[in-house]
Design a protein around this ligand. Sequence first.
Ligand code: PMP
Length: 404
Amino acid sequence: MKLKDTRNDFPILDRLNRGKPIAYLDNAASSQKPNCVIDALSDYYRRFNSNVHRGIYELAEEAESLYTNARKCIADSLSVKQNEIIFVRGATEGLNLIANTLGRSVLKQGDIVILTEMEHHANIVPWQMICEQIGATIKVVPVLPDGSLDLEKLFDYLSIEKVRVLSLCATSNTLGTVNPIKEITKEAHKHGTYVVVDGAQSMPHEKIDLSECGCDFFVFSGHKVFGPMGIGVVFGKASVLDDLPPYQGGGDMIDQVSFEGTTFAPSPQRFEAGTPNVAGAIGLGRAIHYLDQLDMNEVHMHEQNLLKVAQEQLHQIDGFKEYGTTVDKAAVISFTIDSVHPHDLASILDAEGIAIRTGHHCCQPLMKTLGVEATARASFAFYNTTEEAERFANAVKKSVSILS
Ligand code: PMP
């Protein structure tokens, strides 16, 4: 599938925002959905809706088969086994699942979990909660002035004996920094440390091969990879998942239940209590299939070009500051402009049809390091155009002349 032909697959991109053609540059918060995903959802509810697991009628068998195929499609795309793919509500629930299962089974009082300063709250708070219960502590790897991770410090921390888990993002939602996950995982494994990767921001932009990456866990949200809201994935290595306790209890995650005690199903069922989001899983499978038809190198080059087009214009503005300047960063620009409040800027852009996000981006600790309360953030996806990147940069220039 050619990148230039994809724009028409996204009907929402034809709508207006405040009466102007929308330039949707808030893809790091949530991405738009192609027709095939929208159709997969409505098709499921029109033709296949029924509960999965144990249905002895044609309709239920068809729903089950679509659900199973979605898991297979995602597992194949990531080069892992089907029983290593657990459906959850999103990256947040995925990280809570990992903190509560891996955390509870491997952490003891006095142990250490390593996080980084660039983490989203979803990869901070669940670990804080579990560490507090267990009496474990958190060590935080600093971010260097260009937005890259202080790898020297990280590798130092990994050599501390009590470190059991390292949990970090593959790509920062605020800085765009792409962390060298494979290299980091290799180093962590030398010390017997489990590696959890928050892939929420990397999945939409690069081809992920988890068999090559080597991490123990990887999570992502469907809604950021052109799939539905309310569905996401935890990948866990089978050898690790097999030894973990369940997350939530209920139907569908058990082997045998009695009042004397309960035994649990193998993975992934052990971690999927209750009726799953069947339509969401099918829609996500469809989204991953759609992404697999794209040449991700072409996607990368296109997004980098959009970033460059916007950066070139924005850096001409007096008082403009970009946060995260590593050369190979993802197509995300977080910025401030002296004497212009990010919210005011976003309101003016909104009136021009341009959708960006402002605030702390669920990264309050990172904001503290950067010395700001909020930034404005534009984030690109493959369906954005050069014209949109130019419109955005010109509108920022115009806003500055109005606001300052
Ligand atoms: N991690 C990162 C890096 C994110 O950008 C986000 C979403 N902004 C999350 C985790 C949480 O994702 P969700 O809200 O879909 O659970």
